[in-house]
Design a protein around this ligand. Structure first.
Ligand code: PMV
Length: 323
């Protein structure tokens, strides 16, 4: 009745931004991501018939009520499909700043889906696990797999799952995260996307953009063309963030440092150094480049940002069971 799993975060190169079904987390569009080695979550699950309710300890702290409700609902679903009746003690450690647009929920729900089902005696493949993780957080769907991963939006629980495109990414694709603000974000991705779907006049255009970008991105991956991957990812991210600016009420995840980092990447490109950026539901900027260009890029970033703000991340692996 015990299991422990480790899952890595992922950063979307073609973003998921909007739910068609908020309960099952079925998105409007496909998405595509890179799993990263540097950021991950380990989670242990122990079912115990003595417990009166589930217990969640994250990074040494019991969770607040809002997170308890979300997590215990997730565990209730695992009990329904596994037939286990006992409550569980869940202990989780994040090697990633929580809620700073670095997708901690992705690694968290992927690790929880794997550990909670294994501890319950279920033996599921990663596609099945990705469908379960999806119910916790959309981006978690993709974190079961390593490397470049696609999430098929599907139309229902059975058809909305992730699949690897290339698990071992060996053509030099790399990302450096510029950590600008590691505080809890003000607007959750959940409420941000809800607002956008309801009020952004550009939402129908976004659905077309993603369809196009998915095809182009997969072509660029097949061609191992890091420049093309960066170009598509940057434009896709900016088009996602444009939805937010056009929503009612209008909002943005950018702060002044975000704009400073973006301007720096543009400057580097003008100097002939190939690098691109992407951003999620937070102000931190992720720089996309070929690993051969890393020294030049880091040198330029170190002039503007502190050493401890820059985290180099390489493609990372899929789910692993520990112990
Ligand atoms: O599934 P969530 O709530 O972590 O939302 C993820 C949203 C983005 O990170 C902005 C895009 C994505 O595809 O990961």
């Amino acid at each position: 009745m015990y299991a422990k799993a480790k899952a890595h975060t992922n950063i979307a190169l073609v973003k998921y931004w909007g739910k068609k079904d908020a309960e099952l987390i079925i998105p409007y569009t496909d998405s595509l991501s890179l799993t990263l080695d540097e950021f991950y979550t380990t989670t242990a699950v122990q079912y115990d018939s003595q417990l009166q309710h589930d217990e969640f300890v994250i990074d040494g702290q019991p969770v607040n009520e809002k997170n308890f409700i979300k997590l215990t609902k997730f565990m209730q679903y695992i009990r329904e499909i596994s037939g286990v009746t006992a409550f569980a003690k869940v202990t989780s450690t994040n090697h990633v700043p929580i809620s700073a647009g670095l997708a901690s929920s992705a690694s968290a729900f992927a690790a929880l889906a794997a550990a909670a089902t294994k501890a319950a005696g279920m033996n599921l493949n990663r596609t099945e696990l990705s469908r379960i993780a999806r119910r916790g957080s959309g981006s978690a769907t993709r974190s079961l797999f390593g490397g470049l991963v696609e999430w098929h939006h599907g139309t229902d629980d059975a058809t909305s799952f992730a699949e690897p495109i290339q698990e071992r990414v060996d053509f030099g694709l790399e990302m450096t995260a510029i950590m600008l603000d590691t505080n809890i974000k003000k607007i959750s991705s959940r409420s941000g996307m809800q607002n956008v779907v309801k009020t952004s006049p550009y939402y129908p255009a976004w659905i077309d953009v993603v369809q196009h970008d998915m095809v182009a991105m997969k072509q660029a991956i097949r061609a191992q063309d890091v420049t093309r991957i960066g170009q598509i990812a940057e434009l896709n991210a900016m088009r996602m963030h444009a939805l937010n600016l056009a929503a009612d009420p209008s909002f943005t995840y950018f702060n002044a440092d975000t704009l400073r980092a973006m301007a720096l990447i543009h400057d580097l490109r003008n100097q002939g150094i190939n690098c691109y950026y992407t951003l999620d539901a937070g102000p931190n900027v992720k720089v996309i480049y070929h690993k051969n260009d890393r020294p030049k890029i880091l040198k330029a970033l170190q002039i503007e940002f502190r050493e401890d703000q820059l985290v180099v991340a390489k493609p990372g692996p899929g789910i692993q069971y520990l112990d």
